[in-house]
Design a protein around this ligand. Structure first.
Ligand code: CUK
Ligand code: CUA
Length: 629
């Protein structure tokens, strides 16, 4: 290219007049988001054992925010403030940690709509809703009668339900039995959680299933609307050394659940109401004070008494992932120990049900014949296929743990087209919209399971990694190594503009219905009620009112109810007290948060704003005097 022409082309590109063919740009150019521009996608990566959701921009790979969900978060007071404590209530008590695996965006007609993000907790079974107006967790429901919750949260096309399921079979209901009597007592449950009404998330019904381990799920769309599919392994029902004993059989199952049929059975009274206690935690928009409602029963569907609600599709060797193609016609299993990728056909499955092509039955659940439902087995794809996403152009992308690559194939023709390496043992992978009816495509993000030394070493634990590919061209192009927080399992992404239009900038002070809100400095006060002292405090650049508090005695419980009376975007104030055995508060404009403190020693204790808010931030401070009891 002649220099002058190059210059002309450069200015045309810069002016947005022509776009270069995508492969002509270097990876560095493609991931570079210049100052003044935003990333193209929001990506939500689960934090795994950090219990949270971490938000990144794509293609830059920049970490934007951590949304605390199942783990308390001292940075902003989640789980510590009086307003958010109740979010972590469970029937086992208050649990400030969780293991979050699979985020899923809410959908309308099978397309992610940007209203909410759901995510599961795998240890103490729970599901959560994050409101994408505020990027905050607003609701958590506990799943009773479940041993862990891994096949969750996968969604139905209009966000009617999110899924949950027993990862480990357990005695249901729980009781003290010898573990060796697994086969007799251990069961599984598949749970459908009503998700479309914020504040009303609840267990719609549970289906009682054999004592296998239920691993992952995805729901049907288009022709398969009304169905969800769950993988199950350990159909051997081993209870020790599963490493060996759960891999004996040639095939385990995908459970196909007809949730429309389940709704019929519920409507016809074909269910059993079972008493139990579980938590529904909700943080409403007006007071923003989380509260726990204790639920007392769930509806059980027993497959024998509701024929047609569940079928088993034999699937090779301990299937892990199960994914439904955007057209809703194909169900792809990932057999961790398999050397083929089994693709089932939804049409064939329906015919097999009609023609009763059964290979057997277990606890009232017909097992369909493999040949009757299988569309094909992708030959020689890779080793250890796990999870599949779609680009909306007829291609499926499956991550392969053992061979450390992603195989790309035409899922209708069952033909391998390409493959890309991953530097590490890959787990989940994500394409924006890649599990929906209309993938946006464009990027592919395989995430690691077992990390490798890509980044600067950080002691015995190495940073986790994901690798970003551009898949818009004819060949995938490697763009970027991204670090990850925690250990992400699944992820979701959505075009940034969909969320930017909805995103809230401030909480309106006028609409703050918190009972301890202080809406002007004139209203600030200290009120004693026996041993309780309530400080109604305001924060604005750059002082607190009141800032000298006296009359507190050892033995009192002090509640600092701090209202940030700013109404400008991006002006939070922090609040921390010396020696207070709690966390920081990070209070958004228009919001009230409460720090509870039981002073144990007399003295004068400073408090201050922890978030740099103006040139006088350092002066944003005060004292609280504590006298002997
Ligand atoms: S699991 Cu992690 S790689 Cu929790 Cu979805 Cu498959
Ligand atoms: Cu308010 Cu710093």
């Amino acid at each position: 290219m002649k220099p002058r022409f190059k210059l002309a082309l450069f200015s045309a590109v810069a002016a947005g007049l022509v776009s270069l063919p995508s492969q002509a740009q270097s990876p560095a150019e493609k991931v570079y988001v210049p100052h003044g521009k935003y990333d193209e996608f929001y990506a939500f990566l689960s934090g795994g054992f950090d219990g949270q959701v971490n938000v990144y921009g794509l293609p830059s790979g920049r970490h934007l925010k951590t949304i605390p969900v199942f783990s308390a978060y001292p940075m902003n007071g989640y789980g510590y403030s009086e307003e958010t404590k109740a979010m972590l209530n469970t029937s086992h008590g208050w649990i400030p940690w969780g293991d979050s695996h699979h985020p899923e965006l809410s959908q309308t007609n099978g397309v992610p709509d940007g209203r909410w993000l759901f995510i599961n907790e795998n240890n103490t079974p729970r599901v959560a809703r994050i409101d994408l107006k505020t990027f905050e967790t607003t609701e958590i429901v506990e799943i009773p009668f479940s041993g862990g919750n891994h096949a969750s949260t996968f969604i139905t096309p209009n966000s009617e339900y999110i899924t949950a399921a027993t990862r480990f079979s357990v005695p249901i209901p729980q009781k003290d039995v010898p573990i060796a009597e697994y086969k007799k007592y251990f069961k599984g449950t598949l749970t459908f959680v009503r998700a479309d009404k914020p504040g009303k998330m609840d267990i719609a019904f549970q289906i009682l299933v054999p004592g296998y381990d239920y691993d992952l799920a995805h729901c049907g769309k288009g022709p398969s609307y009304g169905w969800c599919f769950f993988t199950s392994y350990n159909t051997e029902q081993a209870h020790t050394l599963l490493e060996i004993n759960a891999s004996m059989k040639d095939k385990d199952y995908i459970a196909a659940v007809n949730w429309k049929r389940a709704e019929e059975c519920i409507a016809q009274g074909k269910y059993k109401e079972v008493k139990t206690k579980y938590a529904h935690n909700y943080r409403p928009e007006d007071t923003r004070i989380a509260r726990t409602e204790w639920k007392t029963s769930v509806k059980w569907i027993i497959p024998k008494e509701c024929p047609g609600v569940v079928y088993y599709l034999p699937t090779p060797k301990s299937p892990h992932g199960v994914d439904v193609s955007p057209d809703g016609k194909y169900i792809i299993g990932g057999g961790k120990l398999a050397t083929v990728i089994p693709i089932h056909s939804f049409d064939k499955m329906i015919n097999a049900i009609k023609n009763k092509q059964f290979a057997g039955e277990v606890e009232g659940i017909p097992i369909l014949k493999y040949e009757a439902v299988n569309h094909c087995e992708v030959p020689n794809p890779c080793l250890g296929p796990l999870h599949t996403e779609f680009d909306g152009k007829g291609r499926a992308y499956t991550s392969c743990f053992i061979s450390s690559d992603v195989v790309i194939y035409d899922y209708k023709k069952c033909k391998v087209l390409d493959r890309v390496p991953t530097y590490y043992s890959v787990g989940h992978l994500m394409i924006p919209g890649g599990d929906s009816a209309k993938p946006w495509g464009k990027y592919l993000l395989p995430m690691n399971k077992i990390t490798k030394d890509i980044f600067l070493p950080t002691g015995p634990e190495l940073p986790h990694a994901a690798q970003l590919y551009d898949i818009s061209g004819s060949k995938p192009q490697f763009l970027l190594d991204m670090t990850e927080l925690g250990e992400p399992h699944y992820a979701q992404a959505i075009p940034a503009k969909i969320l930017m239009n909805k995103s809230l900038k401030i909480f309106e002070l006028d609409k703050n219905k918190h009972p301890y809100a202080t809406k002007s400095e004139e209203e600030a006060k200290v009120v004693r009620k026996g041993n309780e002292v309530h400080v109604y405090m305001t924060a604005i650049r750059s002082h607190f009112v009141p800032d000298n508090i006296e009359g507190i005695r050892v033995g009192d419980t002090v509640y600092f109810h701090v209202t940030n009376i700013e109404q400008d975007w991006d002006i939070p104030h922090g609040f921390a007290v010396l020696g207070a055995n709690t966390s920081n508060l990070l209070i958004m404009p228009g919001e009230t948060l409460t720090l509870k403190w039981k002073p144990e020693k007399p003295g004068v204790f400073p408090f201050y704003c922890t978030d740099f808010c103006s040139a006088l931030h350092q002066e944003m401070q005060g004292y609280v005097r504590v006298s002997p009891a």
